[in-house]
Ligand binder design. Structure first.
Ligand SMILES: Nc1ncnc2c1ncn2[C@@H]1O[C@H](COP(=O)(O)OP(=O)(O)OP(=O)(O)O)[C@@H](O)[C@H]1O
Ligand SMILES: [Mg+2]
Length: 365
């Protein structure tokens, strides 16, 4: 199994192959970097190239595990994937990991929207768990969950990114000779690429290597978020401990067999530790979200992140939650040659963040 790269070369050669009008989206995941290059011609958006580079080998750890690389190693990795995937654009939108940010919905007693710009930074101090001068703040009003405005109150989505993380990722992108056009917290990238029907209320489940992220999205707007310090690497660890096999073998077994090994219940049991934590938090989140009167129910759960590729997880989720399960299909928002359909369907959930941030890059350029 080639775990190192999943890549294709350039899909479209030709006049603008220097990437003049193209953009790239970069997802700095804890276990792998994903990049996507898109091109807009008139109304049509097409996929030029994409690639994923596992960071495990750069940190002397197994593929699929979270890494914490210093900027110089990260630059090296980014340069490698840019070269391997034949990326030609330098205009990059960069997704910042949820873990480097703080996102919350708060309610302010504000009668007049004009009060908000002065109120929000003061109120934010109560919610952001680090000194406010160490973060970059962003915010915007969000409607009530049931769509009915509460008199005298304004709901605000508050987003803060650690300045240290911002400067680290900017330096990495610049170090790889790319232009860091903007940063956004990965939650917004995922929502942009992975919600198919904006009028549906969905729960997005992004199982990464280190963390699992849950977002409830209604009318295209995030209405709830939660992160769990459990991800794909924990499934591999428990499999390795339980079956007394190396982490490399456990990673391979997890990907090949997942929850479908009916002849060996120990595999499913080992994977269940992480899954039970994740699904118990999903159930709690759904219950507390739907508690309020007049709130549209969450009609489906959207799988994103590499960990959601676990074999048998759709059935597991269906019986645990009783909701429709949909795999994120971010590439459905861009054009590509038909022969790639199966591959892109397969890897779609892993590329939710990278495609989402690239889509915003197109609209900003
Ligand atoms: N077929 C598969 N079955 C089960 N797990 C898989 C499969 N393919 C990849 N994974 C797991 O998915 C995880 C990586 O997912 P992803 O690339 O979304 O993480 P990341 O973005 O690097 O991490 P994070 O979001 O936590 O920063 C790894 O733990 C890997 O083992
Ligand atoms: Mg991720």
């Amino acid at each position: 199994m080639d775990l190192m790269f999943k890549k294709i070369g350039k899909l479209f050669a030709g006049a603008s192959s220097t990437g003049g009008s193209d953009v790239i989206g970069i997802d700095f995941g804890s276990s792998s970097i994903k990049v996507v290059q898109l091109r807009q011609e008139g109304e049509s958006i097409s996929l030029v190239t994409y690639g994923e580079l596992q960071l495990g080998p750069y940190a002397d750890t197994v593929v699929g595990s979270a890494t914490s690389l210093d900027p110089s190693r990260l630059i090296e990795a980014l340069l490698d994937i840019v070269r391997e995937a034949s990326v030609t654009s330098t205009y990059a939108g960069v997704a910042i990991p949820y873990a480097s940010s703080f996102v919350a919905i708060i309610t302010l007693a504000a009668q007049d929207p004009a009060q908000l710009p002065s109120m929000v930074p003061i109120e934010a101090r109560k919610y952001v768990p680090v000194p406010i001068n160490q973060v970059t703040l962003d915010w915007f009003p969000v409607p009530e969950k049931n769509g009915i405005a509460a008199p005298g109150k304004t709901r605000i989505l508050l987003a803060a990114i650690h300045n240290e993380a911002l400067s680290k990722y900017r330096a990495v992108v610049q170090g790889a000779q790319l232009k860091s056009a903007f940063n956004e917290i990965e939650i917004f990238s995922t929502i942009r690429s992975s919600v198919q029907n904006v009028h549906e209320t969905v729960l997005i489940l992004d199982i990464g290597a280190a963390t699992t992220k849950l977002y409830i999205v209604s009318e295209g707007m995030v209405q709830g978020m939660h992160s769990i310090n459990v991800g794909g690497q924990d499934m591999t660890s428990s499999l390795s401990k339980s079956l007394e096999i190396s982490k490399d073998d456990a990673e391979e077994m997890k990907r090949q067999v997942g929850l479908t090994a009916k002849d060996n219940p120990r595999i499913e049991r080992a994977l269940s530790f992480a899954l039970e934590r994740i699904f118990s938090d999903i159930r709690k989140m759904l219950m507390s979200y739907e508690l309020d009167k007049g709130v549209p129910p969450v009609s489906s759960v959207v799988f994103a992140g590499g960990g959601s590729a676990l074999k048998g997880l759709e059935d597991y989720a269906l019986s645990a939650l009783g909701r429709r399960i949909v795999r994120a299909d971010p590439f459905s928002k861009v054009g590509y040659p038909a022969f790639l359909k199966t591959t892109l369907d397969d890897i779609g959930p892993s590329f939710s963040v990278a495609v989402g941030v690239a889509l915003r890059a197109l609209s900003e350029k």
